[in-house]
Design a protein around this ligand. Structure first.
Ligand SMILES: Cc1cc2nc3c(=O)[nH]c(=O)nc-3n(C[C@H](O)[C@H](O)[C@H](O)COP(=O)(O)O)c2cc1C
Ligand code: SF4
Length: 476
């Protein structure tokens, strides 16, 4: 068990000060000085170089190098765009909400510097529709930034102009996928596009577009102010910097914690989030949001980094840990996860549209006790046929955690099937199991076990029949 574990706050520094959400408050801590310095004394390419050297990896899911992404945008005079992905709709993720709510200008300054580096004249923040309060805060902050001359025409006499628009989404998880986000911004139904071309080449309105997550962009002013080496002094070689981690589920102190990447999962879950409630143990956890394959207590001492999570067969994703304690039924958790992705699938490609639907139906059969253990293999094979066969990774986002749950907790799935099936079978005195029986005797309580019931019992091979049910139908 960990001793005292501390956060390392860069993005959440001064977050407890409500004045930080105003431009005066932000500037009192040195806000917008880096943007001014960049405009005055740095060439865009110089900024791109610092970002690349810093090793900053995208905080929205895939962990791709932010500096590299900016460098992919062509130079030249064509219209270019920067889009900030503030959709944050994945179960377990709530860090962008806090970053925008507490420090909206940190994000705006990051967007302004990234736009200057990319040569973009238009920027957008695409925020999920349900984040009404945060969208209002951003609207106010953008207005303040225009009034102070940090946005608009010829910013601070530099000759550089930038417009920034806050766009509210309509509340679909798929609109967080970068190309669906672009379609939604253009006023279309948010469906993922075929890639390539990637947005850096052909994105919003067909122009080169940089898309980054709220947390990624919030890091930009700090890196440009303090340098790549400073940023690399936090975290690990392959995962530099800090990470705001959302921890939820069966822990005493759920919330957002900013830590150096590479901290142990135990320090995060037990040291910062307080571990499970009294009398409970950790049974499993999603290390990177609901789309990451679950890990078990055996993996609690791994470092929390992009590389270590990948080596463990999972991913860091958006950095959201959901803890399931020992009161949680893993088959029910798998069903809940599958239902979410089935509901959010845009339906454009078959493996995801049909595969999420089949998975939900099969997991429903599991929890109702209608499945056979063999169906667990079919569930696994359906997931294998989804992974890597979809247009975007929403299909994989269901398939990966569901496969991991079936593989790591197969005994529990089999037990749930057996217990639910047993509860459905009428007993000799006509009583039925917990779900009201199977209706064979019409619920009169007078029939004896019939052939169908006996065949049902065959499915429970290997599980003892309770003594009370072992009497022959004639015995009573
Ligand atoms: C279904 C789906 C939903 C996504 N939702 C989000 C989201 O809400 N926020 C986000 O930043 N990235 C999300 N992503 C990842 C984006 O497609 C993209 O990789 C990210 O915005 C890039 O920013 P980054 O490089 O700064 O991480 C999602 C991806 C998929 C497939
Ligand atoms: S994987 Fe699912 S959400 Fe993504 S494009 Fe295909 S159907 Fe749509």
């Amino acid at each position: 068990m960990s001793g005292q574990v501390h956060e390392t706050r860069i993005l959440l520094r001064h977050a407890e000060d409500p004045a930080l959400a105003t431009i005066e408050g932000y500037r009192s801590y040195g806000g917008y000085e880096t943007f001014q310095k960049a405009l005055k004394s740095m060439e865009p390419d110089e900024i791109v170089e610092v970002l690349e050297e810093s090793g900053l990896r995208g905080r929205g899911g895939a962990g791709f190098s932010m500096g590299k992404k900016v460098s992919f945008l062509p130079r030249g005079d064509q219209d270019k765009y920067v889009c900030c992905n503030a959709d944050e709709s994945e179960p377990g993720a709530f860090k962008d909400r806090e970053l925008m709510q507490r420090n909206p200008h940190q994000l705006i300054e990051g967007i302004a510097i990234a736009s200057y580096a990319a040569g973009a004249g238009h920027a957008f923040i695409f925020i999920r529709g349900e984040y009404d309060r945060q969208a209002d805060i951003l609207d106010r902050a953008v207005e303040e930034a225009y009034e102070a001359g940090f946005l608009g025409e010829d910013i601070l006499g530099s000759g550089y102009s930038l417009d920034l628009v806050v766009h509210r989404g309509a509340g679909a998880y798929i609109c967080g996928e970068e190309t669906a986000l672009l379609d939604a911004l253009e006023g279309k139904r948010g469906n993922p596009r075929l890639k390539p071309p990637f947005p850096a080449v052909q994105g919003l309105y067909g122009g080169p577009t940089l898309i980054n997550n709220v947390e990624t962009l919030s890091n930009v002013s700090h890196i440009v102010a303090n340098g790549a080496e400073w940023f690399r002094s936090f975290g690990t070689e392959q995962s530099p910097g800090t990470k705001v981690v959302s921890i939820s589920g069966g822990v005493r102190r759920p919330g957002n914690y900013e830590v150096e990447l590479g901290i142990s999962l135990r320090d995060l879950i037990f040291g910062l989030a307080g571990g499970p409630l009294d009398g409970h143990d950790v049974k499993a956890f999603y290390p990177g949001g609901s789309s990451s394959p679950v890990l078990t207590p055996a993996e609690l001492d791994l470092p929390y980094s992009f590389e270590a999570m990948a080596e463990a067969g999972s991913m860091l994703g958006s950095g959201s840990i959901i803890v399931a304690d020992d009161s949680v039924s893993i088959p029910h958790m798998a069903l809940r996860t599958a239902r979410f992705y089935h509901h959010e699938s845009c339906g454009k490609c078959t493996p995801c549209r049909e595969g999420t639907n089949w998975t939900v139906k099969m997991l429903e059969r599991v929890v109702r006790g209608e499945a056979t253990p063999m169906e667990l293999d079919i569930i696994t094979s359906v997931q294998q046929n989804i992974i890597g066969h979809c247009l975007c990774v929403l299909g994989d986002s269901m398939a990966m955690p569901v496969s991991a749950m079936v593989a790591k907790f197969r005994d529990e799935f089999e037990q749930v099937i057996a217990e639910a099936a047993l509860a459905r079978i009428p007993t000799t005195n006509g009583d039925h199991g917990g779900n009201g029986g199977n209706g064979i005797d019409g619920g009169t309580g007078t029939s004896d076990l019939n052939l169908t019931d006996l065949l049902e019992r065959e499915r429970l091979q290997g599980r003892p029949i309770p003594v009370s049910e072992q009497e022959s139908p004639d015995a009573g």
